[in-house]
Design a protein around this ligand. Structure first.
Ligand code: PPS
Length: 300
């Protein structure tokens, strides 16, 4: 298909930064100007890398493992900075819990605030991002877009919140900062209890006390399981049109195989090597890359 015949999602580009079409530009500008407090807890990630999962872990740790009150949405307690702006964050009661999809250099930074960054392998991220983009019709007008259409945008970095590789590299470079905790989605799948304990220790009180109580840890583990988070999805997301996948969709590692052609797998792998020099972030997912290599064998 020629490039011009491809369908592309619709975005708003503000100061050179691409955002979902439905995002208020004033919220974005004011969000970037936010001055964090030492007590703030940020969950930062590239889109579709496990943000909501991590947000709910932090929320539960900070709230004595009590689930969200019935009928309430996570964003009321844990807003998205670029969407609600400074006003939406300063209106929060108590210690501020803040979501962001900004790359590190654009994220309001305070040397004592806490930043939990979640990374996910680019293959599964791309597939999840595709389903997200076609499902939020009012944000992207891409309901009929194919994965092939979306893949071309993703590999060029022409999607909302910018280029996957730049984003990952920006936060990876901060991973040893004392107030940054770098976690992967894949590790959350492997060892959720270990991640809960690590996040609790990192965030401090009251989360660290909660993580010392086995009954609270068991309750949090259960509450953030895929099965439980699949229920009542209005807690995380606005409604999707009929026939579109849910927000909490598959929640697995390796779903990329369902969407990628061998050629696409090879191209994204090659781009990953090119952008990272085959070091640093490239080494985060050796098993995935071995699978990709096996899948892409012979692809041009
Ligand atoms: S967003 O819109 O950027 O905030 O999306 P984000 O929350 O970062 O990512 C959504 C993906 O995370 C999966 N998810 C989970 N996986 C496993 N367990 C739990 N509890 C869980 N909660 C959310 C969700 O299903 C999306 O991934 P995909 O691959 O699309 O299923």
């Amino acid at each position: 298909m020629s490039t011009s015949a491809r369908r592309r999602p619709r975005y708003v580009v503000h100061d050179g930064f691409r955002m979902p079409m439905g995002f208020p530009v004033h919220g974005f500008a004011s969000g970037l100007a936010y001055r964090p407090l030492a007590t703030d807890v940020f969950v930062a990630s590239y889109p579709k890398c496990g943000t909501t999962w991590m947000q709910y872990i932090v929320y539960l740790l900070m709230n004595g493992a009590r689930p969200l009150p019935p009928g309430r949405k996570l964003e009321e307690f844990f807003p998205h900075l670029e969407e609600v702006g400074t006003e939406g964050v300063t209106a929060l009661a108590g210690r501020r819990l803040i979501k962001t999809h900004l790359p590190f250099e654009m994220t309001p930074f305070h040397g004592e605030a806490r930043y939990v960054y979640v990374a996910r392998n680019p293959f599964d991220c791309a597939v999840s991002f595709y389903h997200h983009t076609r499902g939020f019709v009012h944000h992207y007008d891409f309901a009929d877009g194919t994965f092939d259409d979306f893949f071309e945008c993703f590999i060029l970095g022409e999607v909302d919140f910018g280029d996957y590789f730049d984003h990952l590299a920006s936060w990876y470079a901060q991973r040893r900062a004392p107030n940054v905790l770098f976690v992967t989605y894949e590790r959350m799948q492997e060892d959720i209890e270990g991640v809960i304990a690590e996040v609790a220790e990192f965030v401090g009180e009251p989360a660290s006390s909660a993580a010392r109580d086995p009954s609270m840890v068991a309750a949090i583990r259960e509450e953030v399981s895929f099965g439980r988070m699949s229920r009542d999805q209005r807690r995380w997301s606005s409604a999707r049109p009929a026939g579109m996948p849910e927000f909490v969709r598959k929640g697995i590692v390796g779903d990329w195989r369902a969407a990628f052609s061998p050629q696409q797998a090879r191209r994204l792998r090659d781009e990953f090597v090119r952008r990272t020099g085959g070091t640093g972030p490239y080494r985060l997912w050796p098993e995935i890359l071995a699978d990709v290599d096996a899948y892409a064998v012979g692809a041009g």
